[in-house]
Ligand binder design. Structure first.
Ligand SMILES: Cc1cc2nc3c(=O)[nH]c(=O)nc-3n(C[C@H](O)[C@H](O)[C@H](O)COP(=O)(O)OP(=O)(O)OC[C@H]3O[C@@H](n4cnc5c(N)ncnc54)[C@H](O)[C@@H]3O)c2cc1C
Length: 236
């Protein structure tokens, strides 16, 4: 199909992504399938080429391309290798990036975004639960206020990158009475006490990258994380 939405800049970018995919994904494909996860070296290579920071401002290490066609090209070329790989990288550069750019304080941007762009920090987003997929209002993972932050309890399922994410954006019920409007987003980081990863779950028959279960047992999240922004805030 002849498409005319792309310029030569997009074509050049496509060549670069294709070269990256040939050298780092196709070459490692067997090992990626065997491990059922994308090695960190691949994330770091993607970071070096600037593939992870398309939506991140330059001052934090991104390119702030501001042109979704680059995201589309990247997604298309990764999907040529495998839909699972495209989805894993896509969750990071396409889905999580806006949350970390739009909903964070300046201190958080400086702490997270440079490593997000280099691939040193891999991210995931955790909304689905065993009893709540499409119907997010039904999520049971709870967030209770404490003196200096929040405590999260619950579990998530089918989380792309869940097995190796360093930071997970987690949706939790912070106000049961407000139902769908009482959901708040939290940043749960690797190493927080009570944050555990469960089974890897087969990603609809694509062995390159599984989804995972995540468990939160009394995970204490400091006040200044994404919890500062609730879905009930007009600013979000
Ligand atoms: C490969 C893969 C990766 C995933 N990665 C993530 C991730 O990174 N993070 C995350 O949070 N989740 C992730 N998920 C979970 C995914 O988002 C959920 O599977 C999805 O939200 C659907 O939820 P469910 O499976 O519980 O289906 P259900 O919500 O039970 O829906 C079942 C069926 O009913 C239909 N349906 C539901 N409600 C209605 C309605 N009101 N009207 C009409 N039809 C309806 C749905 O369209 C669907 O066909 C992933 C899932 C897969 C398969």
């Amino acid at each position: 199909m002849n498409r005319d939405i792309y310029s030569t800049d997009h074509d050049d970018f496509r060549e670069m992504v294709r070269d990256f995919a040939d050298r780092h994904l196709l070459r490692e494909h067997e090992s990626i399938i065997e491990r059922r996860c994308i090695p960190r070296s691949v994330w770091l290579e993607a970071g070096k080429l600037g593939l992870l920071g398309l939506d991140v401002p330059e001052r934090y290490g991104g390119s702030a391309a501001g042109d979704y066609r680059f995201n589309a090209v990247l997604g298309e070329e990764l999907a040529h290798v495998s839909a699972a790989i495209a989805s894993s990288l896509g969750i990071h550069f396409d889905i999580v990036a806006p949350y970390l750019v739009e909903l964070t304080t300046e201190e958080q941007k400086q702490r997270w975004l440079p490593r997000f762009c280099t691939g040193e920090m891999v991210t995931a987003i955790a909304m689905s639960e065993p009893s709540a997929g499409s119907d997010l209002a039904a999520i049971r993972t709870s967030a209770e206020r404490t003196g200096d932050g929040w405590v999260i309890n619950g579990s998530k399922i089918f989380i792309t990158n869940g097995y190796n994410a360093d930071l997970v954006v987690v949706a939790a019920k912070s106000d049961r009475e407000k139902r769908a409007k009482g959901i708040t987003l939290f940043a749960v980081e690797e190493g927080m006490t009570g944050f555990e990863r469960g089974r890897k779950l087969d990603k609809v028959g694509q062995p390159e990258a599984d989804t995972a279960e995540l468990f939160f047992e009394d995970v204490h999240v400091p006040n200044e994380t994404l919890s500062a922004r609730s879905t009930t805030d007009s600013s979000t």
